[in-house]
Design a binder for this molecule. Structure first.
Ligand code: CUA
Length: 310
């Protein structure tokens, strides 16, 4: 399974944080070594020995006191300057309107692209080389958006939007993770950021704007009817399907095109789709999708239909 690495920055914003973290770690390590070294030296060199007279008492030393005030002051000023510079690079003020709105839900992410109207879940596509102004929201509790290779962490707060910049230097897939405990399935709130060349991103965006694939066979037609007549339709949207416009749960218009199911818990294959529909509470206990006790035949039809939604 692909993992993420905070020490391998792949965007100017993540690099700004990395470029701050490494020198700070070195400075702190040096201070630690100098201070503990001096303490250990003093303990060994000046400890009391039997029969020795008391050491000479020193009431104060102006030069030493000035030095140990000014040196830490200069170090703190240096840290402040480095931090402000990193903040300016990693976290400039938001754009007037966001390129992307990412909303945390128990236990998945919704991604809205306001300019184009694309709505998707858990898998966020971005064009390479372009900083995206991202507004972070939450529908229920605190979540935290973090894609270590691309951007800083930021909390999704209900009713109080936050902001980050999201960018990738080169094409690739980057893993993110909810990093604020938000309930039983906090650990399975993965974010997949897919960075594509701008032309390929445009292509993806055009495909996402298409309505859901119409039923192509007898089985998929039955799957669609099941979707409409079971309670699926009360939570999930499929553009182009009458009545399926509620987005309490992930938009399924192009669910078949995504790489993963259940916010990262399963690879998206027709067999896993069937497994998920059979018993979401077995695969992801505490997820808000209930078990429906579909028959084997119904599972085949529904899984086949959903997998065709490319
Ligand atoms: Cu969402 Cu932790």
């Amino acid at each position: 399974m692909q993992t993420s690495n905070a020490l391998d920055p792949q965007s100017p914003q993540a690099r700004a944080i990395y470029d701050l973290a490494i020198p700070l770690t070195i400075i702190f390590a040096l201070i630690f070594v100098i201070v503990t070294g001096a303490i250990i030296y003093a303990i060994l060199r000046f400890r009391g020995r039997a029969g020795e007279p008391d050491p000479k008492q020193i009431p104060g030393n102006r030069n030493v006191e000035i030095a140990w005030t000014i040196i830490p002051f200069l170090i703190v000023i240096l840290l402040l300057a480095m931090t402000i510079s990193a903040m300016n690079r990693a976290d400039p003020p938001p754009a007037p309107s966001p390129d992307l709105v990412v909303t945390g839900h128990q236990f998945w992410w919704q991604a809205d692209y306001p300019a184009s109207g694309v709505i998707t879940a858990n898998e966020i596509h971005i064009p390479t080389g372009k900083p995206l102004s991202v507004r972070l929201e939450s529908k229920d509790v605190l979540h935290e958006f973090w894609v270590p290779e691309l951007t800083r962490k930021m909390t999704n707060v209900p009713g109080q939007p936050n902001h980050i910049w999201l960018q990738a230097d080169k094409p690739g897939t980057y893993i993110g993770q909810c990093s604020e405990f938000c309930g039983t399935q906090h650990a399975w709130m993965r974010i997949l950021v897919v960075a594509d060349e701008p032309s390929k991103f445009e292509e993806w965006q055009r495909a996402q704007l298409q309505p859901g694939q119409a039923a192509t066979s007898d089985a998929t037609a039955k799957g669609l009817v099941l979707f409409q007549t079971s309670t699926c339709i009360n939570c999930h949207a499929i553009r182009g399907v009458t009545g399926a416009d509620l987005r309490v749960a992930p938009d399924l218009t192009h669910v078949g095109s995504r790489k993963q199911l259940g916010a990262g818990i399963l690879e998206n294959t027709p067999a896993n789709m069937r497994l998920w529909l059979k018993s979401p509470q077995h695969i992801k206990p505490g997820a808000l999708m209930p078990d429906f006790n579909f028959t084997d035949e119904q599972l085949d039809q529904l899984a086949e239909y959903l997998s065709t939604l490319q």
